[in-house]
Design a protein around this ligand. Structure first.
Ligand SMILES: [Zn+2]
Length: 789
């Protein structure tokens, strides 16, 4: 105890003094750095320009492009150097800030006695002071709530406002109690807090870190939930999580509806108290699986949101930086490309290895920002705490934000250009993915994302409800193991193909309805030219999924996963060609999807496949080689070298083409990174799209290409993913790639275009031929944007 007292005393005196000395020194150094940067003329003019012309007529949330957040800790009221942070706002060109207001912790003297004040607040109105400072500096303010839990005194005063388990015990999170989303805490108390904050300090809007309440893994049995669910469903709450139970399914949908209702309620409250532009926009994840686990319906929220506040702070080793580009495109495809989607980007080390007050390696933080910007996301620096002894983090955001500001007009209000769409739906994550969405839904999607990036094929995420609305410009729709498809969605996909579109589906696509109930056959079997062979099926769809695997049986672990796919010559490609037990033969004329595999008759696979009935008009270029031992090596010989079980089924449908790939090559690629799998996926995509891809890029390196149009302008954003840490964060050293030769289809109005690169800041010669522009890029370090106009 003496130690604790001593250490706390040090923190309050000696260390604080040292902090101030260090801070003064740093402010001086930072000011010198800013002066050096500002000497570049383009920075000065761009930063001085501000929002001109028609932009000023837009509501604030449509012109707040550059965001910042100092996430205030309870200690900070004693050491928040507001002047220093004002300088930081200025240096980074920040236009809007997120300031902690209330919820779990209040940063102002709230009139509500149970609203827990920050431990070191000492009566100060830190939120109010910061809001005034930001407004004085011309910044917009989003008051940040973090609203889903409270301390014991609050729980004791309102025991009926808190979530409870089946035994009636309150749900706890550390020393706090979790508030129930169906209680008066959300309907009465929080609205009163929002009104109080508006009356006191007039923020421009609100966001909330944890507005969606208790997640899917915990059913609340409090009196409110018990009563409200009974009123809605006419039955008691489900006793446990059971996806087969209609009551549990009803509970899932009811839980979603309540979050969407709260979104609307909160907006009514803040707009009534603070005016029509005083919006409420809770935070959302860039992961659909995370959204599903917290009942945040991305599509319904995007319908209602004026701005999307993304809390998606870092890359995951499995999905890479490119996932942030994917997130931007996914959100904008629902939200519209005219609205903004800022994203919280950690300047601290946020994992793997979680250090709230240590700097994230600058290259790692920078690349996450850039990858998001390429997908249409607006940058938002995020520091935890208002004081840091690791000051390197203060230099990470500034150059990215300044570059953004200087090139703003090319980074907003643009339309993506792609001929390939990748289908998804949150409903599929819920009812097909269930408790295993990572394997069943995310991995197959990620496999295609990686393969398309590797092949430099621009693509767009397409919500399954929007296939007809957004699929008009698409040549190809990819459905990566999208198991749960409703009859209505199947009909719209069918109409897409009937009107000339192509389809590439894998695994269990359309084998389930919207509740995840197995269908007797693929809903899209007629398009696949391929059907379940009930007589030969080794497992039913429902029993296979209960075992934790894929109903197609395709994702089986080793050692039974020592399987292969045989490349079948064109002449033997009909399903009635190869016979089980035939000796394999050398390759003959092969299908275009097998290009690049001339020197092999086998591809590694690893999954298992069941027989299917294939229509006679279809071609089967890959067949299954059943498992054989791997160990000891003497046993590693094929017991059954061939089979008639298809791994890929191809057919022509009028102008369109359909590829059905029972083999889970997409998920395999996400997990195993085998280049053969990437090449195969890209080959099938190009065949199905009839090579109608608006972009080609020659040159070595792993790059992510995003193509956009604005009126009389084409914009190509290339993100360099090549580094010593491509598949494992953090990256420390950026590695230059190039040269590249880029050829992109020109918008028809552009006949004599000029091209400029926005990162290397140079005019680029353009060669025009057959409606396409060819431009050379000498090298790319982190990213490059080519504007052709
Ligand atoms: Zn409850």
């Amino acid at each position: 105890m003496r130690f604790a007292t001593l250490s706390s005393g040090l923190e309050d005196t000696d260390v604080t003094e040292r902090e101030h000395v260090t801070r003064r020194r740093f402010i001086r150094d930072a000011a010198a750095g800013a002066a050096t940067l500002a000497a570049t003329p383009s920075f000065v003019s761009a930063l001085g320009a501000g929002d001109q012309g028609s932009a000023t007529k837009l509501p604030w949330y449509r012109r707040a492009y550059l965001w910042g957040q100092t996430n205030i800790t309870e200690k900070d009221p004693t050491r928040y150097d507001i002047e220093w942070w004002r300088n930081y706002w200025k240096r980074t060109g920040t236009q809007a800030v997120i300031i902690n207001a209330g919820g779990i912790v209040a940063y102002y003297p709230s009139k509500f006695p149970l609203h827990h004040r920050a431990e070191f607040l000492n009566g100060r109105d830190l939120f109010g002071e910061l809001t005034k400072a930001a407004h004085d500096d011309g910044l917009f303010v989003m008051a940040r709530m973090d609203s889903n839990r409270a301390a014991e005194d609050f729980f004791n005063a309102h025991p009926d406002w808190f979530a409870r388990n089946a035994d009636g015990a309150p749900y706890r999170a550390a020393d706090k109690y979790v508030a129930c989303i169906n209680s008066a805490y959300y309907d009465e108390y929080l609205p009163d807090v929002l009104r109080e904050i508006i009356e006191r300090s007039h923020p421009d809007g609100f966001t909330d870190n944890s507005w969606a309440g208790l997640g899917r893994n915990s059913i609340c049995y409090c009196a409110n939930c018990t009563r409200k669910f009974k009123e809605k469903a006419g039955t008691p709450l489900p006793r446990k999580a059971d996806w087969e139970d209609p009551v549990y399914r009803e509970w899932i949908m009811w839980s979603y509806a309540r979050r969407t209702e709260l979104w609307e309620l909160n907006n009514r409250i803040t707009r009534a108290a603070g005016g029509p532009d005083c919006i409420w926009s809770g935070m959302n994840s860039g992961s659909v699986t995370s959204q599903a686990q917290s009942f945040r319906d991305l599509k319904e929220i995007c319908k209602r949101a004026d701005i999307m506040m993304l809390d998606h702070q870092r890359r995951d080793d499995d999905t890479g930086f490119q996932q942030n580009g994917d997130t931007g495109k996914r959100v904008h495809s629902l939200l519209g490309w005219d609205k903004l989607a800022p994203e919280s980007m950690a300047m601290y080390q946020s994992g793997p290895g979680y250090y709230r007050v240590a700097s994230k390696p600058a290259a790692e933080a920078r690349m996450w920002m850039i990858a998001g910007i390429a997908g249409g996301i607006q940058p938002w620096w995020h520091h935890v705490g208002a004081y840091h002894e690791d000051r390197r983090m203060y230099k990470t955001a500034e150059p990215v934000m300044r570059w953004w500001k200087a090139n703003e007009r090319y980074l907003i209000n643009r339309t993506p250009v792609a001929s390939v769409g990748v289908g998804w739906s949150q409903r599929n994550t819920d009812f097909f993915g269930r408790n295993n969405a990572g394997d069943l839904v995310d991995a197959p999607y990620t496999g295609f994302m990686h393969a398309l990036v590797r092949a430099r094929i621009p693509y767009l995420p397409i919500h399954l409800d929007d296939v007809e609305q957004q699929g008009g410009g698409l040549k190809l729709l990819i459905l990566p193991n999208v198991g749960a498809i409703s009859d209505a969605q199947a009909s719209s996909i069918r109409r897409f193909v009937e009107s000339g579109g192509s389809l590439l589906a894998t695994g269990s696509t359309s084998l389930y309805n919207e509740w995840g109930d197995a269908r007797p056959d693929f809903a899209l079997g007629d398009l696949f030219a391929c059907h379940r062979d009930s007589g030969a099926a080794r497992s039913s769809p429902s029993t296979a999924r209960e075992g934790g695997g894929d109903p197609s049986g395709a994702f089986a672990p080793s050692p039974s996963g020592h399987t292969y796919l045989r490349l079948t010559p064109e002449l033997r490609a009909r399903i009635d060609g190869p016979k089980a037990g035939d000796e394999p033969r050398a390759s003959g004329d092969r299908h275009a999807v097998l290009s690049g595999f001339e020197e092999t008759d086998l591809l590694p696979f690893g999954g298992t496949l069941t027989p299917l009935k294939v229509e006679t008009n279809a071609v089967v270029p890959l067949t299954f080689v059943p498992p054989f031992p791997t160990y000891p090596p003497e046993t590693a010989w094929m017991r059954q070298p061939t089979s008639d079980i298809p791994g890929l089924v191809l057919s022509e449908r009028g102008k369109g083409r359909v590829a059905f790939m029972p083999a889970d090559i997409d998920r395999r690629y996400a997990r195993e990174h085998l280049p053969d799998h990437s090449r195969l996926l890209a080959n099938v995509v190009r065949w199905a799209a009839r090579d109608d891809i608006p972009l080609s890029v020659d040159g070595t390196g792993l790059i992510d290409c995003h193509l956009y149009e604005q009126p009389r302008r084409m914009i190509l954003h290339i993100v360099n993913l090549t580094s010593e840490a491509t598949w494992r964060a953090p990256v420390d050293e950026l590695i230059r790639v190039g040269p590249f030769k880029v050829t992109a289809r020109l918008p028809s109005q552009l006949t004599r275009p000029r091209a400029r690169s926005l990162v290397s800041a140079a005019e680029r010669p353009v060669r025009v031929s057959d409606g396409a522009a060819t431009i050379d890029i000498d090298w790319i370090l982190d990213h490059e944007v080519v504007v052709v106009e």
